[in-house]
Design a protein around this ligand. Structure first.
Ligand code: G6P
Length: 368
């Protein structure tokens, strides 16, 4: 066990620490001669070119990876994209035609609801694409094409490095669709690909420099009954994953909300000392999120902000600031999720929880 943990106190920290490698390995060999190349794609350019609707279906953390890619697929390829929990998708009557692409995201490649959903989608005539970490898994076998996340075996029940691999893989798929649809030039694809690769070093920077800030923020959450995660745009998707991680490993109730929706309910929860964890990275909606935070501050919330390096302004509102390097907004989930994973782990340790094997949870859910 000690040897397997490679010197880390737990698998969760070991796996979080592997994330820069996961980014690099998932991207290696994907750019050949200046062109994006996904050799196991399994779908021809012609088949991709007719795609006019995308559903991303998944469960748990994989579902959150899906939420993150929606804007990239819609923005880069201009194809409508919906992201749904597989357990919901399989029991409704979605609009599927032969030009529909269903993307199944599954670390294990064997989650019962995800498999049932893709089987049903195939019968209805959709093209099915898999994003999985397990070579030869049912999702890999049953999909028309696949991208492997190259996270290697993940042991901690709460997924961390697989999530990063999934977001990177989904980004590759979005780039590919953008390229095939002629909405992105080769130059744009190359530039975005290189920026995507830069996130490996950026994650390492967070791991190397933000530990003390994250521990301090964890102390502020330790005795709370509940916590609220807020953000806008991709920031809200990051919040869903941050809140899930905190719930999974520390048993602290956490809820994620789009910041603009706070005044329609969650703000009623805020009382002095209530932890609000905000993703306030530099983005076109930064000012909007900051103004939501001011409303929390006025009610005495304990504010923990994940902000862009160099943002001193945020210190006037937040009690604790965790910095991430400046990054293009669409890639911020790859970096901003990392401090939230580390925060969840620190809170869990302070609450004497087993971060690798939380109660009641299974690594893969192969029965409904
Ligand atoms: C379980 C695991 C989660 C995982 C989810 C989906 O709930 O505990 O970590 O995100 O299943 O699993 P999959 O293998 O399909 O990604």
């Amino acid at each position: 066990d000690v040897a397997e943990k490679g010197g880390y106190p737990d698998f969760m920290l070991k796996e979080i620490s592997e994330q820069p490698r996961v980014v690099r390995d998932t991207l290696v060999g994907r750019m050949r001669g200046g062109e994006l190349d996904i050799d196991e794609l399994g779908l021809s350019y012609e088949e991709l070119d007719i795609i006019d609707r995308v559903y991303v279906i998944a469960c748990g953390t994989s579902f959150h990876a899906g939420l993150i890619v929606k804007n990239m697929i819609e923005g880069w390829a201009r194809i409508p994209c919906e992201v749904e929990a597989a357990s919901e998708f399989r029991y409704r009557d979605p609009i599927i035609t032969p030009s529909t692409l269903v993307v199944a995201v599954s670390q294990s490649g064997e989650t019962a609801d995800t498999l049932a959903a893709i089987r049903d989608a195939r019968i209805r005539g959709a093209k099915v694409f898999g994003i999985t970490n397990v070579i030869g898994s049912p999702v890999a076998r049953e999909a028309d094409g696949v991208i492997y996340t190259k996270a290697n075996k993940e042991i901690a029940v709460a997924s961390t490095k697989s999530f990063i691999g999934q977001v990177v893989s989904l980004t590759l798929l979005a780039l590919m669709l953008g390229q095939v649809k002629g909405k992105l030039t080769c130059g744009q694809v190359r530039m975005l690909f290189h920026e995507l690769g830069d996130t490996a070093e950026q994650i390492q920077w967070i791991m190397d420099t933000q530990g003390a800030a994250i521990r301090e923020a964890a102390l502020a959450c330790k005795d709370a009954q509940s916590a609220l995660f807020v953000g806008r745009g991709v920031g809200s998707a990051i919040c869903y994953e941050g809140a899930l991680k905190l719930k999974e490993v520390s048993y602290l109730h956490a809820e994620a909300y789009a910041a603009g929706e706070m005044k329609h309910g969650p703000i009623a929860l805020i009382e002095p000392g209530f932890p609000v964890i905000a993703v306030t990275t530099r983005s076109p909606v930064y000012d909007k999120t900051v103004s939501n935070l001011k409303e929390c501050e006025a009610r005495g919330a304990e504010i923990i902000a994940v902000a862009t390096e160099g943002d001193e302004e945020i210190r006037a509102i937040a009690d604790h600031v965790i910095y991430i390097p400046r990054v293009r907004d669409c890639f911020s989930p790859i970096t901003a999720t990392v401090p939230l994973q580390l925060l969840a782990r620190e809170v869990a340790l302070l609450r004497d929880c087993n971060v690798d094997q939380p109660r009641n949870l299974a690594k893969s859910v192969t029965v409904e």
